[in-house]
Each structure stands twice: as C-alpha cells, then as structure tokens.
Design a protein around this ligand. Structure first.
Ligand SMILES: Cc1cc2nc3c(=O)[nH]c(=O)nc-3n(C[C@H](O)[C@H](O)[C@H](O)COP(=O)(O)O)c2cc1C
Length: 198
C-alpha cells in the first residue's frame, strides 16, 4: 500500500545516536507525500547530549514534518477518540519504551500515542534501538513481536563484538515495513544481519 497521503504518526524516543538516520528517513516519507505527525517522549525533548540538543531536534522535526510535535500526554490522547492516524511508528524505540509498552505503562506522550492508536485496531510499527535487546529487554521484544497490530522494522546485532546484546533496526527498511504493516503484514525477514566483523 503506497504511503502517499497516509497519516503517519512518528514517535521519537531517546536513542539519540539514531536521530540523524531517523531524520533522513522521515524526510524520505515526507518527500513521497506522507502526512507526518511528530510525537516526542519526555527524554527525547529534554536531554542534551553529545548528539545534540532538544532545541536542535525540535527545529529539525518541525522543518521536516511541517508540524509542531506533540510534547505532552494530553496532546497525544486525542489520537484515540479521533482516530486520525493510519499508522504510528516509534522510531527510534528505546529499550525503556519497549519495556513500558510491553508492560502496559503509559507515562510519556509516545506511550500515550501508542495506547490511543492501538485502541483503534490500527498498525503500530517499532524500530528498535537498544543495547540490551538480547539481554534484559529480550522478553519485552518477544512480547511485542507476538502482540496484535504490532510490527517491527527488521533488526539485527549492530556490533556483536563490543555490544553483544545490542539490537538496532535497519532504519532504511522503514518504508517497506510501513507498506506491509498497513496491510497487516510483518515484513520478512524480521531478523537481518549487519555485516559480519569476522
Ligand atoms: C546519549 C544517550 C544515548 C542513548 N541511547 C540509547 C539507545 O540507543 N537506546 C536506548 O534504549 N536508550 C538509550 N539511551 C537511554 C534513554 O534515553 C533513556 O532510557 C530514557 O529514559 C528513554 O526514555 P524514553 O524511552 O521515554 O525516550 C540513551 C541516553 C543517552 C543520554
């Protein structure tokens, strides 16, 4: 299903090293005519770090999407009753947000958006990026993989030598993942290797 004209919620959580790639993919979606609705977690709108500042991120996201991001839980709540999104993607999705989502916790704008959107029986896509994906968060990823209306951007071990538990989505697979999810299908293969370091 083509993405032109689709209303896509784009929810960013605090995996700051993935933001640059994320912005590139959001720009591609925008260029193909998607209607983007940005949402930021509390961490992603407040933490300054070596990758950038909240001011930089907010400016960039607004420039790409043409919309002011949703920054509070009450801003995300209407996604439920009005049902205005065709699809929602959490990109990047931290281990923290994955764990809370799997546990039914709704204490950030992104988690509120996910809960509100899922109530409408519409697809939610997760683009995981976490150092503990094969560790503490494996069980949560398993729960989400098996949950109704939740789909994953294909992911793999990004650096099995230095970070053997780390899992990161192939963000450049976002577009086909969304197209499949809009037809209620998980794009395959969901596990995709990064280049071997051997
Ligand atoms: C510089 C920096 C980079 C981070 N990168 C990641 C990451 O790639 N994946 C992750 O799961 N958490 C990462 N974190 C930790 C999250 O930002 C932290 O768990 C935060 O509570 C996430 O909240 P959120 O899921 O509501 O955005 C990073 C934190 C900092 C300061």
């Amino acid at each position: 299903m083509e993405l032109k004209g689709k209303k896509i919620g784009v929810a960013l959580t605090g995996s700051f090293c993935t933001f640059e790639k994320t912005f590139q993919e959001l720009q591609k979606l925008k260029d193909m005519g998607a209607d983007l609705y940005p949402i930021l977690s509390n961490a992603s709108q407040t933490i300054s770090c070596r990758f950038g500042t909240p001011e930089m991120y907010l400016e960039k996201i607004e420039a790409i999407t043409g919309r002011k991001p949703i920054l509070c839980i009450e801003g995300a709540e209407p996604i439920g009753p009005s049902g205005y999104l065709d699809i929602l993607v959490i990109l990047p999705c931290t281990g923290n947000t994955a764990a809370k989502l799997a546990g039914g916790i709704t204490d950030t704008p992104v988690l509120m958006a996910a809960k509100a959107h899922l109530r409408n029986n519409k697809p939610l896509v997760i683009s995981i990026s976490t150092n503990d994906g094969l560790g503490m968060n494996m069980k949560n990823i398993g729960l989400l993989l098996n949950a109704k209306n939740i789909y994953f951007v294909p992911f793999g071990q990004d650096d099995y030598v230095k970070k053997p538990n780390s899992l990161v989505a192939h963000v450049d697979r976002l577009q086909p993942t969304l197209e499949h999810a809009l037809e209620n299908k998980q794009i395959q293969p969901v596990l995709q290797s990064y280049q071997s370091k051997d």
